[in-house]
Structures are given as structure tokens and as C-alpha cells.
Design a protein around this ligand. Structure first.
Ligand SMILES: [Zn+2]
Ligand SMILES: [Zn+2]
Length: 333
């Protein structure tokens, strides 16, 4: 069974691309596949540097204060990536005020995963061509490592296809954030240094310092955030179960759901990306959805798109089909 047609994901087009004069545009259709594989050293330096900052924790030492700061920043920023960069900017599964939209976009840049326009532009291509050309990060087409960490280091991966995000390019504040996205990482690192320096002199019993909070709170936390996020592009298309026949390699994986606050129900998501939920049942761990429900109660977001009844019926049909096929599958093994 194919996904319902009305998934509320914005309609995508490969027609003549709109461009952004200041940031350029590189449409997927115009990019040779060879350019999708060539990795430039220059583009590797930012992510490599952040890993090296984390490794420098060997020299700045350990404290529970630093661990707590790193953990808090990991989970808080994972929530921004899952709830806003993915479910809002990429799929528009709920609505919010323009100020909240701006704040989510700006705070998201502290994750050093570019701005939400870049993020959404590539992700929409992924959904339109999942595990087929020109999906930017299909492990079945380009290998597990490339889908995890290689694709965004290519010329294609570094650029934005503005034709994919006509809904966001009309906001000058989002284009501004996209242009200055690297500032977020520096602001976070600077704030952590200032906090650590202050604590070192006002609360020495916490055993921390400016360099220590930078290495743990920025270096280690951001590196872990990178790889947890990247597993959805790599492992969530490789390891796990398939509730729905989506025609791609997407999987449901409970472990990935835990480390990404609910994004591991990736086969659910590929079947129906137009809902704010990714765990379609109460027992499927999806704290990003719970956080969105809480924000909705507070009036910060609204119009959370539900899972339609037709999707639950489709799940029952797929379950029944698997049950009926099981004896035949055993007989042939
Ligand atoms: Zn996917
Ligand atoms: Zn998605």
C-alpha cells in the first residue's frame, strides 16, 4: 500500500530553481553524480575541528558540572533539531508564531548543522527520492559511511537548492540566519567559556573552568549530537523493522528513537511524514511529540497534525498481511 496522498508535506518541484542572490543555488537536477561524491578538505575542517575540541577534554579534565552541561546541551539541542528543524521547517507538521520560528532557527544554529533552510532543502529531496537518485544520503546507494557523514561534505551537500524551500526563502530573517549560521557555534562556545570562567572563580568547589566547559559542553556534546542525528540518515535506513511497505529502506528502530527523542520511528515517518508524531502508538517513545504537545498547551505552537485514521487502518492491513505470510515464509526456509 502506498502512502496517503494528502501528507501535508509541501509539494516539491524540480522546475526552474529560484535562487538566493547572496547565497547562490545549486539545483539537484543540475548536479552530476560525480560532484555528489567528491569531498573537499575545506568543507571537512569545521566538523573535524569540533571533534578535536571534544578530544581536547583530555587536557581540560573532568567534572560532573561539565558532564551535566554537556548532557543538558545535547538533549536541548536534539529537541530543536527533531521538533523544529525536522518536523517544523522540513515538514510543516504544526504552526507557530514568526518570533518562535526565528528563535528556533537561531538556537538551532548552535548545533552546527547549518540553518533550517539548508536542513529542510536537503531533507525534502530525501523524502521525494528516498533511496533512489538523487537522494543525498541513501546507504543503499552510496554506502553506510557516506550516508552518515560524507554526503554533506560534498559540493552538492554544501549548497542549497532554493527551489525546495520557497516557503522559507521569503523570510529575510531566515535567509540572514542561513548566511551567518556559523555564528551560532561561536556564540555557544563563547558563552560556555564565560560560564566556566565565572564558576571557576565564584564556585571553585564545582571544579570546572572556561576551557573545560568549552571542550565538554561544545566539543563533546556537539560531536555526539552530530552522530546521533546522522544515524537517522544511515542506520534508520539499514537496521530495524518495517511496519509499512514504503518502497524505500526506512526502518523503525527503538534505540535510535531513544537517542534522537523520537526520530527512530523512521518507517512510520516515511509512510506519513505529514504528522507531528513519529511514534504512531503510545508505546513508541517519542518525547519530541510530547514536548510539542506541551508547547501547544502553552500556546507556543498550534495545529499539530495528527496521524489520520487511514494510516492506522493501513498499519492493521500490513500487520495482517505479515501474519498471513509468516507460515509460507517459514515453509520456504
Ligand atoms: Zn529517511
Ligand atoms: Zn522527514
Amino acid at each position: 500500500m502506498t502512502p496517503p496522498p494528502s501528507d501535508r508535506t509541501p509539494r516539491l518541484t524540480t522546475a526552474t530553481p529560484s535562487t538566493c542572490p547572496d547565497l547562490g543555488s545549486l539545483p539537484y537536477a543540475a548536479t552530476p553524480d560525480s560532484d555528489n561524491r567528491r569531498i573537499r578538505l575545506y568543507d571537512v575542517l569545521p566538523i573535524l575541528s569540533i571533534h578535536l575540541v571534544g578530544i581536547a577534554a583530555v587536557f581540560t579534565g573532568f567534572s560532573w558540572t561539565a558532564v551535566a552541561v554537556a548532557a543538558a546541551l545535547f538533549w536541548a539541542r536534539m529537541l530543536i533539531i527533531t521538533a523544529f528543524y525536522h518536523r517544523y521547517f522540513s515538514h510543516r507538521t504544526f504552526r507557530t508564531h514568526r518570533v518562535t520560528q526565528f528563535l528556533a532557527a537561531a538556537l538551532g544554529t548552535t548545533c552546527a548543522q547549518r540553518g533550517p533552510v539548508w536542513w529542510a532543502a536537503h531533507h525534502r529531496v530525501h523524502h521525494q527520492h528516498a533511496d533512489d537518485h538523487p537522494d543525498p544520503h541513501s546507504p543503499g546507494l552510496k554506502g553506510l559511511l557516506f550516508s552518515h557523514v560524507g554526503w554533506f561534505l560534498t559540493q552538492r551537500g554544501q549548497q542549497i537548492d532554493w527551489s525546495r524551500v520557497p516557503d522559507w526563502r521569503k523570510y529575510p530573517e531566515l535567509v540572514f540566519i542561513e548566511r551567518w549560521h556559523m555564528a551560532g557555534a561561536f556564540v555557544l562556545a563563547g558563552a560556555l567559556f564565560a560560564l566556566g570562567f565565572t564558576l571557576q572563580h565564584t564556585a571553585p568547589s564545582l571544579n570546572t573552568s572556561g576551557p573545560q566547559l568549552v571542550t565538554w559542553g561544545f566539543g563533546i556534546s556537539t560531536s555526539l549530537l552530530y552522530h546521533a542525528t546522522f544515524t537517522i540518515n544511515s542506520l534508520a535506513h539499514t537496521i530495524g523493522s518495517q511496519r509499512f511497505n514504503t518502497g524505500d529502506d526506512s526502518r523503525n528502530n527503538w534505540f535510535l528513537a531513544i537517542i534522537t527523542l523520537g526520530e527512530g520511528w523512521h518507517n512510520n515517518h516515511h509512510f506519513y511524514p505529514g504528522t507531528a508524531r513519529q511514534g504512531f502508538y503510545w508505546y513508541e517513545f517519542d518525547p519530541a511529540y510530547w514536548a510539542l504537545r506541551t508547547l501547544a498547551l502553552l500556546g507556543v505552537v498550534w495545529d499539530l497534525r495528527p496521524v489520520p485514521a487511514s494510516v492506522y487502518r493501513a498499519a492493521q492491513v500490513h500487520s495482517l498481511q505479515r501474519t498471513l505470510r509468516a507460515p509460507f515464509a517459514k515453509a520456504t526456509t
